[in-house]
Design a protein around this ligand. Structure first.
Ligand SMILES: [Zn+2]
Length: 466
């Protein structure tokens, strides 16, 4: 995780999802399958996307037509139904909506993500647990979300080191406001799983599950690359007991690990996924083999590692396709960096990505994007998914492999069985881009249209009635 600014810092400073709910209701546009009566006959609300190059999440299809039935995919290939709205996608590529497998988000972040074709964000510490996201689930103007809730860490452990310091208001997330009573109610049922012993961690697992965590996150960080060495850190016995209890309850487990040692601990405990890639040293055959043998997936978040080394996302910010969609605060954030581990080597990180990929490890696109604060710099919601895709190709994945890492692979590893592929019956979460990102990865930024549950996000420039 990277932190999410002040939000995680304790009572009284909470960003209010209740407030966000009120705001979003105004723009809510339900777009489930509609049936309209015409001449006494019921007609389905069908849309046919035609003449597209279709990347279905795994490969490029021979079919060039995808038919939507309201919120879902009715058919891939086949005839255009009579009465369907037709979208001519000539010159463009249709992909499953992208998935960012490591975020800390907000309503604003989810809206921004969708504008960049990211239809699902997976929160790795945050508030969007199962019972707290109804306003997101039903609103097709923003990305969908899943959440770990809060991660298991010792008192004073990571990310505490990012929460302290000063009380000036310059680093608050912009949607924070301070109604103390509302904040207290907002935080009342949030599980903060501070644990030092195996028994404590085990006891928190069912509580996290009941409070709506979609997966269980373990923070394993002694501060080495955070500029805060000596942080209290979960010991191996606590991690192992917690992972075992989560598995007993059928829950997926993920770990925050930025060093080789922390990675080895998580893997030894039987973790299902690593939501960072170590950056304290070059990979060794030993650690690569250990990860591969364990079957764990890795969300490298190369964009975050670069930012940790003091490398801002300058080139991304200069891309007009990015700049056109970001406000000043996000642009300033992209152009800044965490800068906590300048001695790190981005080349080493890219080589580690390639080595894991070559060893057969599932890689997932993730960013660790959070809030528009320069101290959390180098990332912006949605935009940084495209940056990460480019970096995975730089590391040596083919464009097709990188695209799988943002679609079918995260869907499979997080058991999101209704998305991540263009298949009959799945959600119509789709991205249409000009060009061919299966050959040139940067074409993913040529966003022509985004559909979430079949609802087009952008004005229907390419939509016409047949
Ligand atoms: Zn994070």
């Amino acid at each position: 995780m990277r932190s999410w600014g002040r939000l995680g810092g304790g009572a009284g400073r909470a960003g209010s999802a209740d407030v966000a709910t009120k705001k979003t209701k105004k723009t809510k546009k339900p777009t489930k399958t509609k049936k309209t009566k015409e001449a006494g006959q019921e007609i389905m609300n069908e849309t046919a996307i035609v003449n597209a190059r279709v990347f279905d999440g795994e490969r490029v299809l021979d079919d060039t037509t995808v038919v939507l039935d309201g919120s879902h995919i009715l058919r891939v290939g086949g005839p255009i139904p009579a009465g369907a709205a037709v979208v001519d996608a000539a010159g463009a590529t249709l992909l499953p909506g992208l998935i960012d497998a490591h975020v800390h988000t907000s309503v604003e972040g989810l809206e921004l993500a969708l504008a960049f074709g990211v239809t699902t964000e997976l929160e790795m510490q945050g508030m969007f647990t199962r019972d707290r996201r109804g306003h997101v689930t039903e609103n097709d103007r923003m990305a969908d979300v899943r959440s770990a809730g809060f991660g298991i860490t010792p008192p004073g452990g990571h990310p505490s080191e990012l929460m302290g310091g000063g009380d000036d208001d310059h680093d608050e997330a912009p949607w924070e406001d301070g109604d103390a009573a509302e904040d207290a109610a907002f935080w009342a049922d949030v599980v903060m799983p501070f644990s030092t012993t195996p028994a404590e961690a085990v006891a928190f697992i069912p509580r996290l599950a009941e409070s709506g965590s979609d997966y269980i996150k373990f923070m394993i960080d002694d501060g080495t690359v955070e500029g805060a060495p000596g942080l209290p850190v979960l010991d191996d016995a606590t991690i192992s007991a917690g992972v075992a209890e989560a598995h007993r309850l059928g829950l997926l487990t993920v770990a925050h690990t930025l060093t080789v040692d922390a990675t080895a601990s998580a893997v030894a405990a039987g973790i299902d996924g690593l939501v960072h890639l170590f950056m304290d040293q070059p990979h060794t055959a030993g650690i690569v083999d250990a990860v591969a043998a364990s079957g764990a997936f890795v969300v490298p978040c190369v964009v975050l590692n670069a930012s940790m080394m003091g490398i801002p996302a300058t080139a991304l910010a200069a891309d007009p396709r990015v700049a056109a969609r970001l406000d000043d605060a996000w642009m300033a954030t992209l152009r800044s960096s965490y800068d906590r581990y300048p001695q790190g080597s981005l080349d080493d990180v890219l080589a580690s990505v390639k080595a894991l990929h070559d060893a057969g490890v599932d890689l997932l696109v993730g960013t660790d994007v959070s809030f528009p604060l320069p101290t959390l710099g180098g990332m912006a919601h949605g935009a940084s998914v495209h940056h990460e895709l480019q970096l995975l190709v730089t590391a040596g994945l083919t464009p097709l492999e990188a695209l799988r890492a943002a679609t079918s692979v995260p869907a499979r590893r997080f058991a999101l069985t209704d998305r991540g592929l263009i298949r009959e019956g799945l959600r119509a979460d789709l991205l249409l881009v000009d060009g061919d990102p299966t050959q040139r990865i940067s074409d993913t930024l040529n966003v022509r249209q985004v559909w979430r549950r079949g609802a087009p996000l952008l004005p229907g420039a390419s939509r016409s009635d047949a």
